[in-house]
Design a protein around this ligand. Structure first.
Ligand SMILES: Nc1c(/N=C/[C@H](O)[C@H](O)[C@H](O)COP(=O)(O)O)[nH]c(=O)[nH]c1=O
Ligand SMILES: Nc1c(N[C@@H]2O[C@H](COP(=O)(O)O)[C@@H](O)[C@H]2O)[nH]c(=O)[nH]c1=O
Ligand SMILES: [Zn+2]
Length: 360
């Protein structure tokens, strides 16, 4: 029966993915004599944790019951009171946890507190599913840098635009909606100055129904994008323009006039990815969706700053040696240096294919 209740907790946590960052997505169910008496998920950073919602609903039926949580109950004072203490106070008899919380403030302390208070603690029920749920949170806790997903949309012959720069559209409506779903799941989306100049993209998650648009990050060493660009003027979601140390102060002031725009100046002349990722990590960006173009993709590949590749392939051929391929930059000279991946998913979306691969 443990799996049945943990499955419910995981389903609830899954439904909140994309809205809890920089906190993990967490689900909790309180069960008493075989019946669910309380359930809840963490809905927004700074608000109640999953356990708090579930225990509130359970009321005094929680005493003597079991609580199933997808993540180890926290034991520290963050923006909210520690859940481990609340579980003890409400006299639960048993706690079932799917995954341990890697946050150094919690890591094992919550479980220890519960065991010392005499509760029966079970760990690891549906652990794999629970960890997959919070891959971005666990990665950021371990590295202090965002989990990087690199996404490209290409023709069957590996091009992202014709020699004249035409690229609308390569993939179909359904595939582009799938992209918007992935944008919703990431804290930030990143493109280079050339993509802004070529496509003037909005980089928002415009799903049928509701979606959360990520923070839009534009790598623009010399602040060269037009001040009329959609990302600078539409005010739909925050835009952070990253520039080199030598970019014009005048342009910086002009861009930063819009309330939703921030200019972040790097220490180096050129934007170095390791510095960028640690700056974003400090800004609590747990996940970064790198949408292009070829120069950006080349830089992330050359510097091995990618955790997952998502390739959309359309059944179209455009040919020409002048057409734009997916990765500019250095690349490798011999096949033995090729970047090795393991393909984790292949699926068709409408007439396109989506290939997801993890770096080995
Ligand atoms: N050209 C294609 C893409 N092109 C992606 C570009 O990098 C840029 O993000 C687009 O112009 C998206 O703009 P917006 O944010 O929707 O306004 N991406 C895709 O998945 N398929 C394509 O065919
Ligand atoms: N969201 C969540 C937990 N999140 C844990 O607590 C930290 C955030 O604390 P606070 O700033 O107080 O919200 C977060 O980094 C993670 O370690 N823990 C839980 O017991 N249940 C929850 O539902
Ligand atoms: Zn908590």
């Amino acid at each position: 029966m443990d799996e049945k209740w943990m499955k419910l907790a995981i389903e609830m946590a899954k439904s909140t993915m994309g809205q809890t960052s920089p906190n993990p997505a967490v689900g909790a169910v309180v069960v008493k004599e075989g019946r669910a008496v309380g359930m809840g998920a963490h809905l927004k950073p700074g608000e109640g944790h999953a356990e708090v919602h579930a225990l509130k609903q359970a009321g005094d039926q929680a005493a003597g019951g079991t609580i199933y949580v997808t993540l180890e109950p926290c034991s520290h004072w963050g923006k909210t009171a520690p859940c481990a203490d609340l579980i003890i106070e409400k006299k639960l008899a048993r706690v079932v946890v799917a995954s341990v919380d890697p946050n150094p403030l919690v890591a094992g302390k919550g479980l220890k507190k519960l065991e010392e208070a005499g509760l029966d603690v079970t760990i690891g029920v549906l652990k794999k599913e629970a960890i997959e749920l919070n891959e971005f949170f666990f990665h950021h806790t371990a590295t202090q840098k965002p989990f990087v997903t690199l996404k490209a949309a290409m023709t069957l012959d590996g091009k992202i635009a014709t020699s004249s720069g035409s690229s609308k559209w390569i993939t179909s409506e359904e595939a582009r909606e799938d992209v918007h779903r992935d944008r919703h799941l990431h804290d930030a989306i990143l493109v280079g100055a050339n993509t802004v100049k070529e496509d003037n993209p909005s980089l928002t998650a415009r799903l049928r129904g509701d979606a959360i648009s990520p923070i839009r990050i534009v790598l623009d060493t010399s602040l060269s994008i037009p001040s009329t660009s959609a990302v600078l003027t539409d005010g739909i979601s925050p835009t952070w323009v990253i520039c080199g140390s030598g970019a014009s102060e005048e342009k910086e002031r002009l861009f930063a006039k819009a309330p939703h725009v921030r200019v972040i100046r790097m220490l180096a002349e050129l934007i170095e990815l390791p510095e960028l990722l640690s700056v974003l990590g400090k800004e609590k960006i747990l996940s970064l969706y790198v949408e292009g173009g070829a120069k950006i993709h080349g830089a992330f590949l050359d510097q091995k700053a990618v955790d997952r590749m998502v390739m959309y392939i359309a059944p179209k051929i455009i040919g020409s040696s002048e057409a734009f391929s997916v990765f500019n930059g250095q690349g490798v000279q011999t096949m033995s240096e090729a970047v090795e991946l393991s393909i984790t998913e292949v699926k068709t979306i409408g007439r396109d294919i989506k290939v997801t691969a993890a770096l080995r």
